[in-house]
Design a protein around this ligand. Structure first.
Ligand code: HEC
Ligand code: HEC
Length: 386
């Protein structure tokens, strides 16, 4: 299996993960067992679906949100799945057993996190695994002196603090719409097909066929296949307006019917596939302190509703979006999916980004678009079950 960065995520799985597919590290593929192959019944909870899920925090989640929580825990501690699940990534993986001490500790930590937030933060999820662990399995306790006198920490809070003196969110979003071609022009956009190639990172994961399909108001399908490596199968992430699917042939859940927060996130991305609707995507908007991303000075605009958070970074000069980070909640902390956009080009009066990068926890993928066709018919299958 092709891998990069030691035993971390294979690039193919990196893409699927970036597209919201929960396959963190060491995807078992042909060499290991999927977590579970049975279909998820409607409304089925993790406590019922899995064999040995007992924590109060996780047992009532949907099975797909459960795997998302596993991904968040794994990343927060700098682990891969095998650190708590013996043999993960091999044929002999046993997801159910409690024989690894760290898994038992993690279950207690889940209870502790819920208790801290309940007792001290009015039930708001202020403390997560990452708050203490910061990518380490054993959290540190004191600041190192060279850090004290070094660069100031550049980590960002999930919820941006409102910054006085910035333009209102509506103005920044309107400038973005104007920069793309204007509201009237965007309203004529009913569908598009963007076709390109995966570029990969660090020389891996390139030469995949990459396609984005979209149909207004909110249908979207992202598909990738590797013609030179048909054994990798086709990965897809689809949303047809009501249901969402992911297909990740080489990863933990194989084909997954999206549910819970995963489904809400897929819907959000589909709404945002038509940028003229961006203002309707969230109930609440705020503008945080300005920032710099890839040498672009940016406005930072954040929307939220029902626990979903979307943070958008707009170039102050061109008004185009350079980054979109969407976060969906899990009991272990928020799952972040980042998309970076670059090389905007005009297609029949509407600007589209021709460079994409997707990042999710420790997985990442990038693609170059070769061609965008607008207002063309798209087969319903591109939005349905892969
Ligand atoms: C820090 C330890 C830790 C890591 C890392 C971890 N898990 Fe878990 N995993 C747990 C705990 C704890 C449970 C049981 C949760 C409960 O009882 O509520 C669990 C349960 C599971 C189960 C349910 C098995 C069953 O049928 O009972 C699956 C599937 C699973 N994990 C998948 C994963 C995957 C996939 C990864 C990597 C993305 C992962 N886990 C990483 C701690 C971990
Ligand atoms: C309030 C701070 C805090 C939070 C929040 C927290 N932990 Fe911990 N965790 C610790 C500390 C401190 C240790 C080390 C304890 C020790 O050294 O005995 C630890 C140890 C662990 C270990 C054992 C590591 C080892 O190698 O022995 C695991 C696994 C773990 N935590 C998982 C989690 C998970 C999963 C979450 C989120 C659900 C979490 N922790 C949230 C403070 C925290």
């Amino acid at each position: 299996m092709m891998q990069f960065r030691g035993n971390k995520l294979p690039v193919f799985a990196a893409f699927t993960a970036a597209a919201g597919l929960m396959s963190l590290t060491l995807a078992p593929s042909a060499h290991g067992q999927a977590v579970n192959t049975k279909e998820v019944a409607k409304g089925e909870t993790s406590g019922h679906y899995y064999k040995n899920v007992t924590s109060a925090a996780l047992k009532d989640t949907t099975p797909s949100d459960f795997i998302a929580a596993m991904g968040v825990m794994t990343a927060a501690l700098g682990y891969d799945c095998s650190n708590c699940h013996p043999g993960a990534g091999t044929d002999t993986v046993d997801w159910v057993t409690d024989k690894d001490r760290k898994k038992v500790v993690a279950r207690k930590m889940l209870d502790m996190v819920v208790a801290i937030n309940k007792t001290h933060f009015a039930g708001v999820q202020q403390v997560t695994c990452f708050t203490c662990h910061h990518g380490l399995d054993l959290p540190t306790t004191s600041i190192q002196l060279d850090k004290l006198y070094g660069e100031p920490p550049d980590e960002k809070r999930d919820i941006v603090p409102v910054q006085a003196g910035e333009p209102p969110a509506a103005q920044i979003l309107d400038e973005y719409i104007t920069a793309l071609g204007g509201a009237a022009k965007l309203a004529t956009l009913k569908s598009y097909v963007a076709t390109g190639l995966s570029v990969g990172y660090e020389g891996a994961g390139g030469n995949g066929n990459f396609q984005i399909f979209a149909e207004a108001p909110a249908k979207r399908g992202v598909w990738i296949s590797f013609p030179e490596h048909p054994d990798r199968g086709t990965a897809a992430w689809t949303y047809d307006g009501t249901t969402g699917w992911i297909s990740q042939p080489r990863a933990y859940l194989g084909k997954l019917h999206l549910d819970g927060n995963d489904l809400a996130g897929a819907k959000l991305d589909s709404v945002l596939a038509f940028p003229g609707n961006i203002k309707t995507a969230f109930n609440t908007w705020r503008v945080g302190p300005e920032d710099v991303i890839h040498d672009h000075e940016v406005y930072v605009v954040q929307g939220s509703s029902n626990g979903l958070v979307g943070t958008f970074y707009f170039d102050k000069k061109t008004h185009l979006m350079v980054r979109y980070v969407r976060q969906t909640p899990t009991p272990a902390g928020r799952v972040s999916i980042q998309q970076d956009f670059d090389d905007y080009r005009e297609v029949q009066g509407i600007k589209f980004p021709f460079k994409y990068a997707f990042l999710w926890l420790d997985g990442r993928f990038s693609a170059e678009i070769k061609d965008v066709k607008i207002n063309v018919p798209v087969e319903a299958a591109k939005f349905g079950k892969p």
